[in-house]
Design a protein around this ligand. Structure first.
Ligand code: EPU
Length: 592
C-alpha cells in the first residue's frame, strides 16, 4: 500500500524534481479507511494531492502524500432537462469534460482543457472563460479524516469563492474528496457565452454554438496562450487576479495606466488582470535558471527545462516585488506551495521599552551596532505558504516595512500586554477583502474588545481594521490545515500562551512553564525563548533561568529574545552562551 522515497516529479504538471518520504494511492473508500488507521497516516504530516496541476513542492515532502484513484462517472437523469453526473475524484478533469460533451450535457464545456483531476475542482473552484466549477457542482462527497466517516457538502456548504472554497481553509487536511456531483443541462447547446471570445464565436458561426464547438474553441484559445503541459511544465496561472477597491483602481492604478484591464467584482471592488500587470512591469520572458515568465501569458511561470523549485520561488518573488513597486498591487500566488520548512524572522528582540531606551545614556544604549537596536518582541513565521505573525508589537509598522511584509494570513497573540499587541491597528493594510484572523486567549480577546472597541462596533467607522478573532485554549488548532499547538506559560502570575508549529516553538514573557506543558516542547529543532537580563525579575526569565530551561528541553538550537539594555552588548551575550544557544537580533532569519 505504501511506497517510500517516491519520486513525484512526474506527478505534478510543473515537472520540478521532488520526492515524498511516503506515498499511497487508493482506489476505494475501504482502502482509504485502512490508510487512515495506519501509523504512516497517524504519525506523519499528511498531504492529499490531485492531478498536481496547481502544486509546487518547494522541498521534498517529509510526510505521507496521498492520491485518489477513485474513478468512474455515472449519470442520473432527474428529468428531461436536468442530469446529475457523479464523478470519482481520481478522474482526469479533461476526460470528465469530454464525457459530458459526448453525452450531450451542458455546463462544463467552458472548462475544457484544464489540467488536473475532478477531486480538485471543488477545492480550487476551477474557472475559465466565464465559468466556474461552483456554477455546476451540486454536492461533494468527502472522507472526514478526523471522524473516519463519509460526509456530504452541499454547494452552499463548500463556500465557494474566486479560486477558493472551505476546502482550502478549515477543511484543509481534513476532508478528502471522494466523488463530486455535477448538476448539468441535458442539452447540446452551449450554456454560457458571457466571455468575449465565445460571444465572438457565436457571431462568427451565426448560431448558438454547441457544447462541442465551445469546448473546441476554448481548447484552441488555451493552446494559443498556455503551455502544453505535455511539453512545457507549468501550473497554469501562477497568481490570482488581484481584487482591489474601486477607489484604489480609480485613484491609483488608472492614474498610472488607464488601460489596465479590469472586471467587476462586487459593489466596491474590481478584479485586475495580473497577466497584464506582469507584462507591463516588463517581465515578459524574464528567466531565473530554468523558470520563465511565459511570453504568451505572463500569468504563467513555465519550466523551460531543468527549473528547480528555488528558481520558481525566486522568479515568483521577483514578480511580486516588481509589480508591487510599479503598481502598488500585491500579487498572491494561486499555486499551492508545499513547503514543510519553517522560516522564522525575528522582527523585534527587545523588551517593552526596546533598546536603546529613550533617554538612556548607558553603554548598551549608546552602541552603534545594529545588533544592539532592539524593537519590541515579535516574529514572522513562514511555512506551508502561510505568513503568520507572532504578536503585533507597537513597532509593527516599521517592522513590516523593514522586512517587506506585504501579506499576512493570521496573527497569533501570546498575551495582551501593550508591547505585544500595541501595533494591532497597524494591521489595517492586511485586512483587505477578508477580515484578518487573530488567534488569542479569551482574556486577550476581552481586552482587545475594550481597547479597540471602535473595531467591534455594529457599524464601525469605514476604514477601521477588520478582524476575525479566534479564541484558543490549550488544545491544538489548525490554520489552513497547519497544526498549531498553544502552550501555557506563566508570566509571573499571569497565564499566557506560547506556540509550537512543527519543530519550532516561540515562548516569550515566560517566568515558569508548568510541568504538564513542558512535554509539548520536547524534540524541538528550534526554540525562541525570552531572557531579560542577568538580574532576576518577578515575571521574566533571567539568563540563568532560561539556560536551565533550555538544558531541560534540549532543543537543537535556541535563540534568546526580549532583552533589555542590562543584557549587555549582542557580541558579549553571544560569547557567554553555549554553542547551540544564540542571542536573537532584529532581522535574524533562520530555517527549521
Ligand atoms: N493579459 C496581458 N498580458 C498577459 C496576459 C494577459 O496583457 O501576459 C491581458 C489579456 O490581454 C486580457 C487580460 O489580461 O485583457 C486577461 O487575460 P486572460 O483572458 O488570458 O485571462 P487571465 O485573467 O489572465 C484567467 C484565469 C485562467 C483562465 C483565463 C480565461 C486566473 C488566475 N486565471 O486568466 O485560468 O484560463 O482567465 O478565463 O483567474 C488557471 O487558473 O490556471 C488558468 C489558466
Amino acid at each position: 500500500m505504501f511506497e517510500y522515497d517516491k519520486d513525484i516529479t512526474s506527478l505534478t504538471t510543473f515537472g520540478i524534481p521532488a520526492k515524498a518520504r511516503i506515498f499511497a494511492e487508493y482506489d476505494s473508500l475501504k482502502q482509504l479507511e485502512r490508510i487512515s488507521r495506519s501509523p504512516e497516516f497517524l504519525d506523519n504530516e499528511v498531504f492529499h494531492m490531485g492531478g498536481g496541476s496547481n502544486l509546487l513542492f518547494v522541498n521534498d515532502f517529509d510526510g505521507l502524500l496521498l492520491h485518489s484513484a477513485i474513478r468512474g462517472i455515472v449519470r442520473y437523469d432527474k428529468n428531461e432537462d436536468t442530469v446529475f453526473a457523479i464523478a470519482g475524484a481520481g478522474e482526469k478533469w479533461t476526460d470528465f469534460v469530454n464525457w459530458c460533451v459526448d453525452e450531450g450535457l451542458a455546463g462544463v464545456e467552458n472548462l475544457a482543457g484544464i489540467p488536473g483531476e475532478v477531486g480538485a475542482a471543488p477545492v480550487q473552484n476551477v474557472g475559465a472563460y466565464g465559468a466556474e466549477a461552483k456554477d455546476v457542482i451540486h454536492h461533494v462527497e468527502c472522507f472526514d479524516s478526523h471522524t473516519r466517516k463519509v460526509v456530504t457538502f452541499t454547494n452552499e456548504e463548500c463556500r465557494f469563492g474566486y479560486r477558493d472554497s472551505m476546502f482550502k481553509h478549515e477543511g484543509k487536511g481534513r476532508y478528502f474528496v471522494l466523488r463530486v456531483s455535477f448538476r448539468l443541462k441535458n442539452s447540446s447547446k452551449a450554456s454560457n457565452l458571457t466571455y468575449g471570445p465565445l460571444k465572438a464565436l457565436a457571431e462568427r458561426i451565426g448560431h448558438t454554438p454547441t457544447i462541442r464547438e465551445v469546448a473546441d474553441e476554448v481548447t484552441a484559445i488555451r493552446n494559443a496562450k498556455l503551455p502544453d503541459p505535455a511539453v512545457i511544465g507549468s501550473a497554469g496561472s501562477f497568481f490570482k487576479n488581484p481584487v482591489v477597491t474601486k477607489y484604489f483602481y480609480e485613484e491609483g492604478i488608472k492614474a498610472l495606466s488607464p488601460d489596465v484591464p479590469c472586471y467587476p467584482a462586487g459593489e466596491h471592488h474590481v478584479k485586475l488582470a495580473a497577466g497584464w500587470l506582469i507584462e507591463h512591469a516588463g517581465l515578459k520572458g524574464k528567466r531565473i535558471g530554468g523558470a520563465e515568465v511565459y511570453p504568451n501569458q505572463c500569468l504563467v511561470i513555465a519550466n523551460e527545462g531543468g527549473a528547480s523549485a528555488e528558481d520558481v520561488v525566486n522568479l515568483s518573488e521577483l514578480i511580486i516585488d516588481t509589480v508591487r513597486r510599479k503598481y502598488a498591487v500585491i500579487l498572491e500566488p494561486e499555486v499551492n506551495f508545499i513547503d514543510t520548512r519553517i522560516t522564522v524572522t525575528i522582527l523585534g528582540s527587545g523588551t517593552s521599552k526596546g533598546v536603546p531606551e529613550v533617554g538612556c545614556a548607558c553603554r548598551i544604549c549608546r552602541s552603534e551596532s545594529p545588533l544592539d537596536k532592539r524593537q519590541r518582541a515579535s516574529a514572522l513565521v513562514r511555512t506551508h505558504g502561510l505568513n503568520l505573525l507572532l504578536d503585533v508589537s507597537p513597532d509593527f509598522r516599521a517592522q513590516a516595512l523593514q522586512n517587506n511584509i506585504y501579506r499576512l494570513d493570521a496573527a497569533l497573540i501570546t498575551h495582551s500586554h501593550y508591547d505585544h499587541v500595541g501595533g494591532i491597528d497597524d494591521l489595517r493594510p492586511f485586512c483587505g477583502q477578508q477580515d484578518l484572523s487573530i488567534y488569542l486567549k479569551k482574556d486577550v480577546s476581552d481586552d482587545l474588545h475594550k481597547r479597540l472597541d471602535y473595531c467591534f462596533r455594529p457599524h464601525p467607522y469605514p476604514g477601521v481594521p477588520k478582524f476575525d478573532l479566534h479564541e484558543v485554549s490549550t488544545q491544538p488548532f489548525y490554520i489552513n490545515g497547519l497544526k498549531i499547538i498553544p502552550i501555557t506559560v506563566m508570566h509571573g502570575k499571569l497565564p499566557i500562551l506560547g506556540y509550537r508549529i512543527g519543530d519550532f516553538a516561540y515562548i516569550t514573557d515566560a517566568k515558569t512553564i508548568p510541568e504538564e506543558e513542558m512535554v509539548k516542547l520536547r524534540g524541538l529543532k528550534a526554540l525562541v525563548l525570552n531572557a531579560l537580563r542577568d538580574r532576576e525579575h518577578f515575571a521574566h526569565l533571567s539568563f540563568s533561568e532560561a539556560l536551565e530551561l533550555i538544558d531541560r528541553l534540549k532543543p537543537e538550537q535556541a535563540y534568546l529574545t526580549h532583552f533589555n539594555h542590562e543584557a549587555g552588548l549582542h557580541t558579549e551575550i553571544e560569547k557567554r552562551l553555549p554553542d547551540n544557544v544564540h542571542p536573537a537580533y532584529d532581522g535574524l532569519t533562520f530555517t527549521v
